[in-house]
Design a protein around this ligand. Structure first.
Ligand SMILES: *Cc1c(COP(=O)(O)O)cnc(C)c1O
Length: 399
């Protein structure tokens, strides 16, 4: 998967303006070449090991395991250079752009993680970098904005609509259309037109390839359950891909229920409540408003509030291979503090959704082992969490 047209079952494909068709075909061809080029693979492997710090470890969270009555393991993508899984595909996309003779990487970012990872890859590989970010996210994720600018990237605010991730995608896409020859739109997840969902998945699949081997080495068997949070779905596909053929492994994707699942605009539970449709160049489940346009979405996790989802997830949902459920803002924040205080690891709010889902599984009686993809670290979120939730968790003003 996907087929030659980029379809995963009935999802995916390429719905783009005619003037982009040649360029997308070129990108697909260039990627195909890289994928089979030993020199490209050696260079990417070198960067994964010596620049990112891979392989990321799996940690047996013994305190959580004891409390929740089943073995809980964490795949520590939070320990990667730049603090999340996104560097895995950003390095791949940067090397591809360089090889194609592009001069600039452009992209959208939600929480700023993709922007920081891409700005990092651009600095390393020697490319210019323009990052589009919603004004609301710029305010919420200030440290990441500063990081991108220190790394030499331009941060360009998206000022329309809800001023979050979807608007950032709109703005980046518009800029890309103006010069697709010299720029590469380095999409930040397993979304967009073919070949991006495949390409980003392939670059991320190192997570599951490592995890499958590490887990067997640690425990002598495969995990009973996998859990990952799903925004666009790249960290989830990264973990899931290596296990899709393992029938004994149950796979779960956690979507953000935000403040309310019953109110449009208060969640981003695309697979749970959406319906098939086309946006941003591909077909997938999406959340639509009455006009059939992308619905406004919300999650406490800036990296998860997107009204569509990677097309392979839609396929995996339809064939029943992956079970998709939801986690509310409050459950995620609870899990954020639970991991911080029981294991000494501050997770990203996005990753806290995966964690919360796993804890719900354990509480509902699941006794098989659970491997959670800890997609990123929470340093970027600490000011926001303390400001919004600090007094609920006993963090009062010190002075
Ligand atoms: C961006 C981000 C996500 C969501 O993106 P996916 O493509 O769904 O993985 C999840 N966790 C972290 C830490 C992120 O930065």
């Amino acid at each position: 998967m996907p087929d030659a047209q980029g379809y995963f079952g009935e999802y995916g494909g390429s719905f783009i303006p005619p003037q982009l068709e040649t360029i997308m075909t070129e990108i697909a061809a260039a990627y195909d070449e890289c994928r089979n080029d030993p020199a490209f693979k050696v260079e990417l492997a070198r960067l994964y090991k010596h620049f990112v710090g891979r392989p990321s470890p799996i940690f047996h969270a013994e305190n959580l395991s004891a409390k929740y009555g089943t073995d809980i393991y964490l795949k520590r993508e939070d320990l990667n250079h730049t603090g999340a899984h996104k560097i895995n595909h950003c390095l791949g996309e940067a090397l591809l752009a360089k090889k194609m003779g592009k001069t600039k990487l452009i992209a959208e970012t939600g929480a700023g993680q993709h922007g920081v990872a891409l700005a990092t890859a651009a600095a390393l590989v020697g490319l210019e970098c323009d990052i589009y970010m919603g004004e609301v996210d710029i305010r919420k994720e200030h440290p990441n904005v500063v990081r991108m600018r220190i790394l030499g990237a331009n941060v360009i605010p998206a000022t329309h609509g809800r001023k979050t991730l979807k608007e950032a995608v709109d703005a980046a896409f518009e800029a890309y259309m103006k010069d697709p020859i010299n720029q590469l739109y380095a999409i930040g997840s397993v979304v967009g037109p073919h070949p991006f969902p495949m390409m980003v998945r392939d670059f991320q699949s190192i997570i599951g390839n490592e995890a499958r081997e590490q887990f067997q080495e640690m425990t002598g068997s495969l995990p009973g359950n996998l859990v990952a949070c799903v925004g666009g779905g790249s960290n989830a596909m990264g973990l899931f891909t290596a296990f899709l053929e393992d029938e004994g492994v149950k796979i779960h994707g956690a979507e953000p229920a935000g403040r309310s699942l019953t109110e449009a605009g208060e969640h981003a539970a695309t697979l749970t409540l959406g319906e098939p449709g086309v946006m941003h160049g591909f077909k997938s489940y999406m959340l639509k408003d009455e006009q059939g346009e992308p619905q406004e979405v919300y999650s406490v996790a800036s990296g998860l509030d997107y009204p569509s989802v990677g097309p392979q997830h839609s396929h995996l949902k339809d064939i029943g291979r992956v079970n998709y459920g939801t986690v509310s803002d409050d459950e995620a924040i609870d899990a954020f503090f639970e991991l911080s205080r029981l294991e000494g690891i501050i997770p990203a709010i996005e990753s806290s959704h995966a964690l919360a889902y796993a804890l719900k599984l354990a509480k509902s009686g699941e006794r098989g082992s659970i491997l959670i993809n800890l997609s990123g670290r929470g340093d970027k979120d600490i000011d926001f969490v303390v400001e919004q939730y600090g007094n609920q968790y006993g963090i009062d003003q010190l002075v």
